[in-house]
Each structure stands twice: as structure tokens, then as C-alpha cells.
Design a protein around this ligand. Structure first.
Ligand code: MLT
Length: 328
């Protein structure tokens, strides 16, 4: 029987799965100071989402107990996976469980942007009938540029194509045949995506390479006019990770008209602080990092991560291990 700490919440179904397999589960958020003082060392495994930061020092303080780290979700940027690996601790995640939910949120933001739904709603709440200023554009006939072309981007591309968009992608790690299978044109340079596409959605990890990948220069190169001749403006949606979009540049572009809309589910600083001016712009709308926050996704995430953690505890090799370096 293993002692498993779940620090950022997990579905009841997943907890029951762990318990019915003979493990004991403690569900509680642990403050950073306690983590640094080794609060996790009494557990065999820990399952986190994004709130708990498993830094090098936290992992070091936990190393006498923790044999596996589970990330109930996709992104592992809150975990020092290299350090865990160097201590022989595998980090496992649940990469497929939230795909559909993030796809749907991305499309939701895209549609909200081009039909001004958030701005129109604010007017309606104030009993204003602002019909004339709410003229939008269609997605059909427009070029969509997807940065990163993994599972989520592929899902977004397929819905976008069903709506009549032409899909382009930049993903230096993708075998070209995958883009072809999805009727998407793969570009070697991310700059080409910006010069061709009026609509950009982001689906990559935050790394040194992708930090501020969306910046003033690239935004300025967006065409603002679609191949069908419609002046639809330029639109940006990010439901991947904060920090890929330079938020100051995005605000400047909204102010000078280089961007017609910006929709973010993820931010450079989360939770957002009151000095974030971007969120006040009328053509900005946002959500508080809820890409995976659906009943269905959380159910699948919990079950997938519980199974992954148990595999490792049983001494098996888990296919969703993100730091194979632990084997060295
Ligand atoms: C993920 O990486 O799984 C999502 O961004 C959701 C989350 O961080 O909780």
C-alpha cells in the first residue's frame, strides 16, 4: 500500500480508484514553506495540477519518500522534471485527457472574438442595443495559423476546416506527413505563418524557444485581410501557456489596430494581477486557465493519472513518463 498526496484536487472517481487498489490518499493543498520543509517526504507519490510548484528544492526535500510524481494534466512547467529524473523519480502526466476540452475552448474563443460576443454581452447587460458596432466576420475562407501541431492543434484544425478555414501550421518537431494527413500546410518558418494568417491559435509548450514567440514584429507582419478580400483584421487566441504571447506587445497591437482581438485563457502571471492592463481593453476577452476544466476532462485526467501513478508504483514502465532521464 502506498501513501499518495493529492495537492491540487482530483476527481472523486480517481480517488476511489486509488483507494480500491489499496492505496491511502490524502487530499490537501500544501503551502510552499511546508513543501520546502519536506512535507511530501512522508508520501510515496504526489499528484499535482498546476498550483503546486515542485521546484528543485521541493523535490530535494521530498526525495526520501516520493517515488513518483503525477501531473494531473498536460503541462509540466510547474515541475523540475530534470531534477526529479536525476534523483530517479519518474514524472508522469495525462496528456490525452483534456484534448477535446481545450479544442472546444479554443474554438469558443475564436468565435467569440470574430462575432464580438463578450463585448456585445457587456452592452446587453447594460441594456444597450449596440447592433451597428457589432458587425463581425466569418471564419470561413480565412487562413488559420496554428503554432504547434500536436493533438489539440489537430483537433482545432479539423473543426476550423469544417467551418471553412484554411489551416496552416508551424511545428519544427512534426513529421510533415502528419500535417498532410490533416490537410494542413506545414511551414518551416513561424514568420511565414504570421505573414499568411489573419487568425493565429497557439498550441505549443512554453520553452526558452517559444517565450514571447508572439511579439510586436510578428504581429505587425499579419495581413489583416483574408484571401477572399475581406478586411477581417487580425485575431489571436492562446489556450496553451502564458508567456508565449508578449502581453505588452499584444496590448499595443490592440491599441494601434494591428490586432482586432486577443483572447487568452493563459497569462504571463497567473492568477492575473490588477496591473494587467491588457485585460481592460475592450477587444480583449479572457478566461482563467480553464482549458481542461470540464467534467469530462477532469474525470479522464483523474483516471489517467491514477492509473499512471499506480503503474510506476507497481514497478512498471509508464508510457506517459515525461522524464525518461530517471532511468539513467
Ligand atoms: C494542463 O496543462 O493540463 C492544463 O493547462 C490544465 C492545468 O494546468 O490544470
Amino acid at each position: 500500500m502506498a501513501k499518495i498526496a493529492v495537492t491540487d484536487g482530483m476527481s472523486d472517481k480517481a480517488t476511489k480508484l486509488l483507494e480500491s487498489s489499496g492505496h491511502s490518499v490524502t487530499r490537501k493543498f500544501i503551502e510552499e514553506d511546508d513543501l520546502l520543509n519536506g512535507a511530501l517526504a512522508e508520501f510515496d507519490a504526489v499528484i499535482v495540477r498546476s498550483a503546486t510548484k515542485l521546484t528543485k528544492d521541493v523535490i530535494e526535500a521530498s526525495k526520501n519518500g516520493i517515488k513518483v510524481i503525477g501531473r494531473a494534466g498536460v503541462g509540466v512547467d510547474n515541475i523540475d522534471i530534470e531534477h526529479a529524473g536525476s534523483l530517479g523519480i519518474p514524472v508522469v502526466n495525462a496528456p490525452r485527457a483534456s484534448t477535446q476540452s481545450v479544442v472546444e475552448l479554443t474554438i469558443g474563443h475564436l468565435l467569440s472574438s470574430i462575432r464580438h460576443i463578450p463585448r456585445a454581452h457587456v452592452g446587453i447587460r447594460e441594456y444597450k442595443w449596440e447592433k451597428k458596432s457589432m458587425k463581425g466576420t466569418e471564419l470561413s475562407g480565412k487562413n488559420l495559423g496554428l503554432i504547434g501541431f500536436g493533438r489539440i492543434a489537430q483537433g482545432v484544425a479539423s473543426v476550423a476546416r469544417a467551418l471553412g478555414m484554411v489551416t496552416h501550421a508551424y511545428d519544427p518537431y512534426l513529421p510533415p506527413k502528419i500535417a498532410k494527413e490533416h490537410n494542413t500546410q506545414l511551414h518551416k518558418s513561424v514568420d511565414d505563418l504570421f505573414t499568411m494568417c489573419t487568425h493565429i491559435t497557439i498550441h505549443c509548450n512554453l520553452t526558452e524557444e517559444t517565450h514571447h514567440l508572439v511579439n510586436k514584429k510578428r504581429i505587425e507582419s499579419m495581413p489583416g485581410k483574408s484571401p477572399d478580400g475581406i478586411v477581417c483584421g487580425n485575431h489571436l487566441v492562446n489556450c496553451a501557456r502564458g508567456g508565449i504571447v508578449n502581453e505588452n506587445d499584444a496590448l499595443e497591437a490592440l491599441e494601434n489596430g494591428n490586432l482586432s482581438s486577443v483572447a487568452l485563457d493563459v497569462f504571463e502571471v497567473e492568477p492575473i494581477s490588477e496591473d494587467n492592463k491588457l485585460v481592460q481593453h475592450p477587444n480583449f476577452h479572457g478566461t482563467p486557465h480553464i482549458g481542461a476544466a470540464t467534467l469530462e476532462a477532469q474525470d479522464r485526467v483523474g483516471t489517467d493519472i491514477a492509473k499512471a501513478v499506480m503503474m510506476v508504483l507497481e514497478g512498471k514502465d509508464c508510457p506517459t513518463t515525461v522524464n525518461k532521464s530517471y532511468l539513467k
